[in-house]
Unconditional design. Structure first.
Length: 431
């Protein structure tokens, strides 16, 4: 043990996804005795491009959600690497304007965290396929490449790139955390009654520590905080006003879909689902809101990369990247996704414009981007170092803390923010 800890570890990190692997590695490199707990037991496939979120997947947890009147499920990675082991692996950085809204120091902090994340993950560009080329031709000068977390035919997860065990982190799988434990038995009152002293697993095992860092993802971290007595009643709006990128899907013309390459690459990996995007802005709306759109030319139909999924058409996504709607994550892990009529109107208009430009029509499918964030926002639930306000010994370092959702997929941003928050813990010698 270091730092005079009398518990089972100096730091317990809950969740071995993107943020958890980063935090555990950086703290262990700094000399902390770190225990990394992961609820999942199965290993994800290392095959690049494979999204193992189908009906028979053993590496995801499924959370019920509502989107207006529709019911759906949200899969989240439950394995080493977390959702980064089953998602598209896109590595798009946030834009400076996104970060300025977080606070004056965040552009610098983010740049440093991003540099450290890029050094580890080394994302790579992929060639433009036929569907991306078709969309890019319709929007000249608007296309951007999306770097991929892959090397040859293998996916590169945070578990691979940061390798916590290689730094001496003790990694336990099959360790599902039920709640935080408190010095006074339950959170409340003053003094030691608000000091976290460890975690309790589903099998009632108690693990003691001086610091708990929650990296269980937006849904998992919310469930743990609410289940441990930290909520709006105590002054922390946990789970409230979460953000998501709503998306509509358009069918790709049959002749183009038939010609799209769906086979493995030379190294055995599947083609990146999304190698390029087109970014557009709509006319200004109320209070100066300019809806920003991302057109997503998916390289193959989803059933080609999701095992067990029934056949679906090849589609192009149209997503709203700066929505005004807010949703909620509940204590049981269910989610009410944002469903604001202003977002729906802007997205419908954008989709009609894109369809006209591409010369297609047909059914429009409502969907979501699986980019949920902001359940424990810095400035409202956590301070600028990720410490949960009003209690001691608990921090959050995953997508929950993002003050606002960046106008891109949040995976790379989660890695950069976790690097920053881990560096702050190291500077404070917080264990």
């Amino acid at each position: 043990m270091t730092g005079g800890s009398s518990g089972d570890a100096d730091v317990v990190v809950v969740g071995a996804g993107a943020a958890g692997c980063v935090v555990a590695r950086r703290l262990a490199d700094a000399g902390a005795d770190v225990l990394l707990l992961e609820a999942g037991t199965a290993a994800a496939s290392p095959r690049a491009g494979l999204l193992d979120i189908g009906p028979d997947s053993r590496v995801v947890a499924r959370h019920p959600a509502t989107l207006g009147d529709a019911a759906l499920e949200l899969p989240r990675g439950r394995t080493l690497g977390g959702s980064g082991a089953v998602n598209g692996g896109y590595c798009a950085p946030a834009r400076p304007a996104d970060l300025e809204a977080w606070g004056p120091d965040w552009p610098r902090r983010y740049a440093v965290g991003m540099a450290r994340a890029a050094e580890r993950l080394c994302p790579r560009l992929a060639p433009m396929g036929p569907v991306a080329s078709w969309v890019a031709a319709a929007f000249p000068g608007r296309v951007s490449a999306v770097p991929q977390a892959r090397s040859g035919g293998r996916r590169v997860t945070a578990s691979d790139a940061w390798d916590p065990a290689g730094a001496g982190v003790r990694v336990r799988t099959g360790a599902a955390v039920r709640e935080l434990s408190w010095a006074g038995g339950a959170v409340g009152g003053a003094g030691d009654a608000r000091r976290c002293v460890g975690v309790v697993l589903d099998d009632d095992e108690e693990i003691t520590t001086g610091q708990v860092v929650l990296c269980a993802g937006t849904i998992g971290t919310t469930v743990l905080l609410l289940g441990s007595g930290i909520d709006r009643a105590g002054g922390c709006p946990v789970g409230h006003e979460v953000q998501e990128h709503p998306e509509l899907l358009l069918d790709v013309p049959a002749d183009l879909a038939a010609g799209a390459d769906a086979g493995p690459d030379a190294a055995g990996g599947l083609p990146p689902l999304l190698s390029h995007v087109v970014r557009l802005a709509l006319p200004v709306r109320e209070r100066g809101w300019v809806p920003e759109i991302e057109v997503r030319p998916y390289a193959v139909p989803m059933h080609r990369v999701i095992p067990g999924l029934g056949e679906v058409p090849h589609r192009v996504g149209v997503a709203l990247m700066n929505p005004v709607g807010r949703g909620r994550v509940h204590a049981d892990g269910s989610v009410d996704l944002p469903d604001d009529p202003r977002d729906a109107t802007a997205l419908a208009e954008a989709t009609a414009f894109v369809a006209e430009r591409l010369g297609i029509d047909g059914a429009v499918i409502r969907s979501t981007s699986h980019h949920l964030s902001g359940a424990a926002r810095i400035g409202e639930v956590c301070d600028d170092s990720g410490r949960v306000l009003g209690v001691e010994g608990v921090r959050v370092a995953d997508a929950s803390v993002l003050p606002s959702l960046p106008r891109c997929g949040p995976y790379y941003t989660v890695l950069a923010v976790a690097e920053d928050l881990a560096a702050r813990m190291v500077a404070e010698r917080a264990w």
